[in-house]
Design a protein around this ligand. Sequence first.
Ligand SMILES: Cc1cc2nc3c(=O)[nH]c(=O)nc-3n(C[C@H](O)[C@H](O)[C@H](O)COP(=O)(O)O)c2cc1C
Ligand code: SF4
Length: 541
Amino acid sequence: MSQNIRALSARRCRDQTLFEALLEAGRVTGAPSHSQLRALSEESLVSPAALLGAASFYDFLAEDNRNKRAYVCNGTACLLAGGQEKVRARLAAQFPDEQIGEAACLGHCYRGGAYRIGDRCFDTVVGPDSERGAGPAFHCHAAHSVFGGDGDEAEVLYRRISETASQLPVSFSDELSISGLRGRGGAGFPFSGKFDACRSAPVGRKYVVCNGDEGDPGAFSDRWLLEERPQRVLAGMLAAGLAMGSDTGFLYVRAEYPLAQKRVAEAIEAFEQMPAFAQTGFRFRLIPGAGAYICGEETALLNSIEGLRPEVRTRPPYPAQAGLFGRPTLVSNVETFAALPWILDHGGAAFAALGTEASTGTKLVSLDQGFNNPGVHEVAMGTALERVIYGYGGGFRTAMKAVQVGGPLGGVVPVEKIAALSLDFESFAGEGFLLGHAGIVGIPQDFPMIGFLRHLFTFTADESCGKCLPCRLGTEKGRRMLMEATPGSPVDGAAFDDLLETLELGSLCGLGGGLPLPVRNILSRFRHELTDYFRSEAGHE
Ligand SMILES: Cc1cc2nc3c(=O)[nH]c(=O)nc-3n(C[C@H](O)[C@H](O)[C@H](O)COP(=O)(O)O)c2cc1C
Ligand code: SF4
């Protein structure tokens, strides 16, 4: 059935994708009405059930979002900072209870106390993020900054790209391969491999898709790039698109980042106003998200743009073979695309020289409100984690027992282990953790680990796409086991171990498959805190 919907959706995508039509239908009241869905069904020939199935998946289009006016952030950094109850109480003075919802995460982890009213996000310290300067601070600690500088104008970036355009297909591919650039969205897959697969795909429609979903609570570096360096991101997409023979670049920006959406729309306009850009025939499409963590997973993201229910697809085929609307598609992260203009300018070897042999270049690291110097820090890959945390980050504001690195599916690193790690893919994997997108959140000494485990399972149970059984049932089962656990009625450790193994081996994607990693980190390294909650030992690594 999804093939048919995909074909119908592709037919109408020139002016407005099916997903954008759903967003428009839900814009005023917060959820499309049944009559709107019927009308859209008649026009698109997609059944109302399929449209309702898609719309109801999203936090900001589902029926219980109707008439919501304000949202309290329930992301990890805001949870650990405390104070969200106060935020809720403050909002309750302004809005009736049924108009207040929850959102994860608004990307204000560097301050905490985040909330959203209408199209503006706030945090308890500064206020609306549409005021300049209210975003995260940016610091570069590398020998050269790949993302710093002045942000660059569209014309400057376009000129640089067009000057090398005639040689792009050949030279760009070489430079990419020499640069060793690996995807910054979490998995660290070599960019040149995906790019070459798309470039060498048979001539015909191909797409570039930039993944701006940044759903990991604790990460806000993509938000910073989209707000402060949107033209770099677009220039990277354009360069890759022209070099692989694509004429359309989709940029998917999550709903929780309204200011980023606005800045990207302005940056697209700046490109479109250049006659030279218009002559390329390349077109940018900004697709605003609607609140679903799984849309950061690349195949769910493609389904989302198509207007299907954003469930993860089985692979193969990979997006480079059959991606958006079934066409070869290059899907990459915001930071990955934003690195391309620098590589074009300085060459692949200069980029490779900035990091380690296997993890080249620099990485943007998000440090949350638990640090004395929070914000976005650009560091050379391979930098000692100790230096990042205690040097660049200024150490912790309060006593911490661990740091969560790489979001809810990343690792939980006890503070005594920090000295053993450097900030690169290999070091983290070698020690049983995950670098992921490199958002770092401090876990305070007095925050109970049982509470942190409950938070991880609640998040994944809420965000599971439901496509595969181990994750759909397993995350909810684990959540219940942990919620009901008390010293008088502890969890059966052997049953919990079985659950983790089933999630790890049986899940289709990294959501269900990745959850056991931080859970086992916690069970093995903070066992002393958890003995009352588990009847027998659980979580052997
Ligand atoms: C559950 C889940 C969530 C993900 N969320 C994101 C995300 O928010 N942003 C992102 O770029 N990649 C995310 N990814 C990784 C993407 O699937 C994909 O690997 C990435 O967009 C590819 O870009 P890259 O090669 O530049 O990293 C997620 C993966 C999983 C399994
Ligand atoms: S692991 Fe979870 S999120 Fe991933 S495909 Fe299965 S149900 Fe969906």
